[in-house]
Ligand binder design. Structure first.
Ligand code: GLU
Length: 492
């Protein structure tokens, strides 16, 4: 049997990463087995509809590389793929009536006041009224008379008051509930629209979906869905309910606000491939615990049986690390294209050295940044020597201090003034020759030189690479400045 999965988002706002994770897992389950991945837009709740949200869904799937084989824009013979369009075909009403015929559903004409007087129960933090099956006892004639005069109605599922229902989840195993616990949920609302609870069953079946992946907030309703499948005599799909995604404090990731939508993460400078990699590992891990994956590698290795039941923590530190790994693996040209605006922002400033080689600087930072916005702070010293303290020349491991650094800078200055070859190699040879003659360790010389030309404790490259980029004039200017700084400091 061909695997068919679906992503069924409601167009209610941004694409939260919990949703994107469902989409990704659905996509991976299908593609791992050469199956089809379908997009269905669930817009039956008109009150929650947000203008532009459908476009976000398309944009996100496209950008993340989760290409759907079927959907509103790609007919595969199972359409329409938008629930508001499906309603017009009369499909939900047809199946609801079939359930009424079978005694598995019934018309309910209770008005607001009556419903308000019913017993309530708290389910998942929400207070809901428990319907008392009042309208189930209406005779056929009473029901028909009500319908004939146009009395508003809903259609409810008729759940038995005895016995149990068992359903199987691929991660949670068999779950059995007492039927008495199952409320007679509404299948068709008074506006004629189906509820999600009904539409998801009708659609998944008629669209021949084999695997349903969704958040575990749907776990508690699933026995009622299974009862619908049984009532119709249909085979339910395989269910995979995913654990919650939490923040570092183990609190549910906020849907609104915060920074947990796909587009927010892109704005923060994360790469699409890193976000996809990160989301894949929110609750799933491969057998060998490897962590860096391309989408193709995920398709090859994804096995949904290895999804964990414990909540997945959204760890930004880990996302940053992963992003850095994906940057390292990027082709240089693509990297440069993305890095250029950040380099320009930091380097093309008034009074800076002319002709800085941005490509060379880009190559220095490629293996060192985690996100692109890290670039400016790492390279700005090329454009302008920052103010720094003479104490920066003191380094325990390099065995340098202010006096030793002053001596070294004073001795290398004439060598660097005479140097013709301002390439990294040429400068390195010259300085190493000096190191040999002096009989000291490399760092004893390189530390003060690098400090003088950068004014920084940490740089993305060594002293001679930096000087190659700065050029002769600017390098000498900075070394002289370093000498002056140290002379003043040594006098104090
Ligand atoms: N429309 C539902 C949602 O966005 C889909 C749940 C499901 O995948 O069945 O939460």
């Amino acid at each position: 049997m061909k695997i068919r999965t679906r992503f069924a988002p409601s167009p209610t706002g941004k694409m939260h990463i919990g949703n994107l994770r469902s989409a990704l897992y659905e996509f991976l389950i299908a593609k791992h087995e050469g199956g089809d991945f379908m997009l269905r837009i669930e817009d039956t709740d008109q009150q929650r509809f947000v203008e532009g949200a459908t476009e976000i869904i398309y944009r996100t799937l496209d950008k993340a590389g989760l290409k759907h084989d079927e959907g509103p824009d790609k007919d595969g013979g199972f359409g329409p793929y938008v629930q508001s369009e499906r309603i017009k075909t009369g499909i939900y009403m047809k199946y609801a009536k079939e359930l009424i015929e079978k005694g598995e559903a019934y018309y309910c004409f209770c008005d607001k006041d009556r419903l308000a007087s019913l017993r309530t129960e708290v389910v998942e933090g929400k207070e809901i009224s428990v319907y008392d099956k009042h309208c189930l006892s209406l005779s056929k004639e009473e029901t028909e008379a009500n319908l004939a005069v146009g009395k508003p109605f809903v259609i409810r599922q008729n759940n038995p008051e005895e016995g149990t229902t068992t359903f199987h989840d691929e991660l949670y195993g068999d779950i059995t509930v007492e039927n008495a616990q199952l409320d007679d949920m509404i299948l068709i609302k008074s506006d004629g629209f189906p509820t999600y609870n009904f539409a998801n069953v009708v659609d998944d079946h008629t669209m021949e979906i084999t695997h349903v992946v969704r958040g575990n907030e749907y776990l508690s309703s699933s026995p009622k869905y299974v009862r619908l499948y049984e009532a119709f005599g249909w085979e339910p799909p395989k269910y995979v309910h995913l654990p919650l995604v939490t923040d570092e404090n183990h609190k549910k990731l906020a849907k609104r606000g915060g920074s947990s939508s796909f587009e927010d993460l892109l704005e923060q400078g994360f790469l699409t491939e890193a976000i996809v990699n990160f989301i894949a590992l929110l609750g799933w891990s491969p057998e060998d615990n490897r962590e860096i994956f391309t989408l193709e590698e995920l398709i090859r290795d994804f096995d949904y049986h290895r999804i964990s039941k414990s909540p997945a923590v959204f760890d930004v530190v880990k996302l940053r690390w992963m992003n850095g790994e994906h940057i390292k693996a990027m082709a240089f040209d693509r990297f440069y294209e993305m890095a250029e605006p950040y380099l320009k922002e930091a380097l093309l400033v008034e009074g800076g050295p002319p002709d800085l080689d941005l490509q060379k600087i880009a190559a220095m930072v490629k293996t060192r940044i985690e996100v692109f916005p890290d670039i400016p702070e790492m390279v700005d010293f090329f454009a302008k020597l920052p103010k720094y303290d003479a104490e920066m020349y003191t380094h325990k491991k390099m065995k340098t201090d202010r006096a030793s650094s002053l001596e070294v800078l004073q001795e290398v200055l004439p060598l660097l003034e005479a140097e013709e070859d301002y390439s990294n190699d040429g400068l390195y040879k010259t300085l190493m020759k000096y190191v040999e003659e002096k009989g000291c360790k490399n760092g004893y010389v390189m530390w003060p030189v690098r400090t003088a030309v950068s004014g920084k404790q940490m740089t993305p490259a060594g002293a001679t690479e930096i000087m190659e980029v700065l050029g002769k004039e600017e390098s000498l200017k900075r070394i002289r400045k370093g000498i002056e700084l140290l002379q003043n400091a040594c006098k104090e």
